[in-house]
Ligand binder design. Structure first.
Ligand code: IPD
Ligand code: CA
Ligand code: CA
Length: 267
């Protein structure tokens, strides 16, 4: 394992574990909940987790840039002799709606991008103590055990995951059409409320495919690396190049990818 990347991963792990500790400690308690939109919530815990994650990263790498859901873009110190552009991409609490309703399905996610490429990531679910880690070229792991995507090639036997955007009430592009088209062709679909865990579960072979629109870079940075490093495929809805900045994600074990593209084309 490249030494420097391992060091970066250790920082990511420390950060998600610390955020997870707070999430678990405060789970089910009374905490402040605000509305960012009609159905888009943010809790006191999102902010608390974000602060500890930023503090941990800044302590180690004050010159690196940070992109995080609630605080936005946090510039680093002026680069000294740094080679390349380092950006940490953070979802301090993925599954905020679940958290606000005391539904135990959420996590913290930290990914590191170097020169536009995600090279390391950590995701932690504190409720069942599952830590997903990955380094580019070195595989993806769950609590230290190497991950591999599933081998289900028949879409009729596949278990898929998806989610719906926060503008579901206002926008016609709200994924309900795709949901209906998939629902009658696959074994089942889950909508658990954490896109980050959905992608990690795909990497772990628990899901065979995942699609979602209007996601943000912090939903996908670390988790997309898990999928790739577990041998999965990740593209846009048409099978074109995937980008964490473009919102659209189609991920699968590779075997059902083309069929998923064909179903998404039905519109
Ligand atoms: C959300 C969750 C959800 C997905 C949404 C995301 P948040 O993230 O991942 O599953 O459907 O699109 O925004 O707001 O809980 O961090
Ligand atoms: Ca999220
Ligand atoms: Ca979040």
């Amino acid at each position: 394992m490249p030494f420097k990347l391992e060091k970066f991963l250790n920082t990511a792990v420390e950060a998600v574990k610390e955020a997870g500790r707070i999430q678990k400690e405060r789970f089910g308690e009374n905490f402040k909940i605000e509305h960012k939109g009609e159905i888009n919530l943010v809790t006191e815990i999102d902010y608390q987790c974000e602060k500890v994650i930023i503090d941990i990263i800044k302590m180690e790498y004050p010159e690196h840039e940070i992109l995080t859901e609630e605080a936005g873009s946090v510039q680093g110190l002026p680069p000294s002799q740094m080679e390349g552009k380092y950006k940490w991409i953070i979802d301090p609490l993925d599954g905020t709606t679940n958290y606000a309703h005391n539904y135990p399905c959420f996590c913290a996610s930290v990914g590191l991008e170097i020169n536009g490429d995600v090279v390391a990531g950590a995701v932690y679910n504190p409720i069942i103590d599952e830590l997903f880690t990955s380094i580019k070229g070195e595989g993806a792991y769950l609590n230290g055990k190497r991950l591999k995507v599933s081998v289900i090639g028949d879409i009729g036997r596949s278990l898929l995951a998806t989610g719906f955007p926060y503008d579901i009430r206002e926008s016609k592009e709200n994924n309900l059409n795709h949901f209906c088209n998939f629902a009658v062709r696959v074994q089942a679909i889950r909508r658990a409320g954490s896109a980050v865990l959905d992608l990690c579960y795909l990497a772990a072979g628990r899901f065979d495919g995942f699609w979602e629109m209007k996601l943000n870079p912090w939903d996908m940075a670390a988790a997309s690396l898990m999928v790739k490093e577990a041998g999965g495929m990740i593209t846009n809805f048409r099978g074109g190049e995937f980008s964490i900045y473009k919102g659209e994600t189609l991920a699968s074990n590779g075997l059902i990818h083309q069929e998923m593209i064909d179903i998404l084309k039905l519109g």
